[in-house]
Design a protein around this ligand. Structure first.
Ligand code: CP
Length: 336
């Protein structure tokens, strides 16, 4: 419940000031203190849906999605609307000058005239960096190819802390997590960003197991593996999900996904349903959209935290946008 997390984190608004006018490019860029304060503000929004303020009144978001999206685009737009701002939305690059060969640097230069913040998704990893070269307003990376999806990782860690606020309020008494992640960090931006985020709090995890089908050696970028080792996060690789399922506290499934421009499947080995040997109180997370790996017969069970994960992303994005637009003082007094 968001109120338990809200109570667990003591307020220190100073850290949120660091996010003002920042570009959001990578899960790496946040400090632990910034993350906790951001989650505190997200929980405030989530705990008081009837008391939303409109701190972004008069501000304009440019929502540029050059690759399909259900959750990220609509939750950013919902968040911005709920905060009182206006939106210009591009859902197809063929309707812009890019289709005529206009450079992303020039598009970025124009965006400076039209809005106060850009959210960009593009299948090309470099696009967000090219646009940034000419932007004087902040940009949020909403997924750049197979590289990163930092706000998904923020929503993921927010979900984990709502499930176990004891890590903050009572760390000595709170059992460490065994987490299984189905997916390949080197090919899936959600997994890559999530691992960077988990590495900020390595003490929460007994083990983080990356499950893959063993058909490729190209699982980790060597630099990321080194970075994870240095953080102290205990990351291991395995291929037999079913053998380890009964001991996992969190299953973050991501097995069938758009990877770049192709649709990849790991097959039956990584399908879970309500007859799978799950620990009684295990939670299942998934960035969605789902494929056949996540059976709909789990939706009505207590294992389903993936819908809550998607819902929480709206409040997380509200908090992030409020901080980036330097409007936190307008929401700090929301009743807790
Ligand atoms: N989780 C996520 O990125 O979903 P969308 O592709 O629908 O935005």
């Amino acid at each position: 419940h968001p109120k338990k997390l809200l109570k667990a984190i003591s307020e220190d608004g100073d850290h949120l000031k660091n996010l003002a006018e920042q570009h959001i490019l990578s899960a790496d860029q946040f400090s632990r203190e910034e993350l906790l304060q951001l989650f505190r503000l997200s929980a405030k929004f989530e705990g008081n849906p009837a008391r939303f303020r409109t701190p972004l009144k008069g501000k304009i978001l440019i929502s540029a999605f050059y690759e399909p999206s259900t959750r990220t685009r609509l939750s950013f737009e919902s968040a911005w609307h709920r905060l009182g701002g206006d939106i210009m939305s591009i859902t197809d690059r063929s309707t812009t000058g890019i289709a005529k060969g206009e450079s992303l640097e020039d598009v970025g230069e124009m965006f400076n005239n039209y809005g106060d913040c850009v959210v960009l998704r593009d299948s090309n990893e470099e696009s967000v960096h090219l646009m940034m070269d000419s932007l004087r307003i902040p940009i949020i990376n909403a997924g750049n190819g197979v590289d990163e999806h930092p706000t998904q990782a923020l929503a993921d860690l927010y979900t984990i802390l709502k499930w176990r606020p004891g890590f903050i309020s009572n760390p000595e008494e709170t059992a460490k997590i065994k987490m299984g992640i189905v997916g390949i960090p080197n090919k899936m931006r959600t997994v890559r960003s999530l691992l960077k985020m988990l590495a900020k709090f390595p003490e929460f995890f007994e083990e983080v197991i990356i499950f893959h089908d063993g058909s490729s050696d190209d699982i980790f970028d060597p630099d990321q593996l080194e970075q994870l080792k240095e953080s102290g996060l205990n990351v291991v690789q395995e291929t037999d999900l079913k053998a380890r399922l009964p001991e996992l506290d969190i299953i973050y499934i991501n097995a069938i996904a758009w990877v770049g421009n192709t649709f990849e499947s790991f097959g039956d080995k990584f399908v879970i349903n309500k007859d799978s040997p799950l620990k009684k109180d295990a939670i299942i997370m998934h960035p969605l959209a789902r494929g056949e790996e996540l059976d709909t017969n789990l939706d009505g069970t207590a294992h389903n935290w993936y819908f809550s994960q998607a819902r929480g992303a709206v409040f997380l994005r509200m908090a992030l946008l409020t901080c980036m637009c330097e409007r936190t003082e307008r929401v700090m007094d929301i009743v807790e």
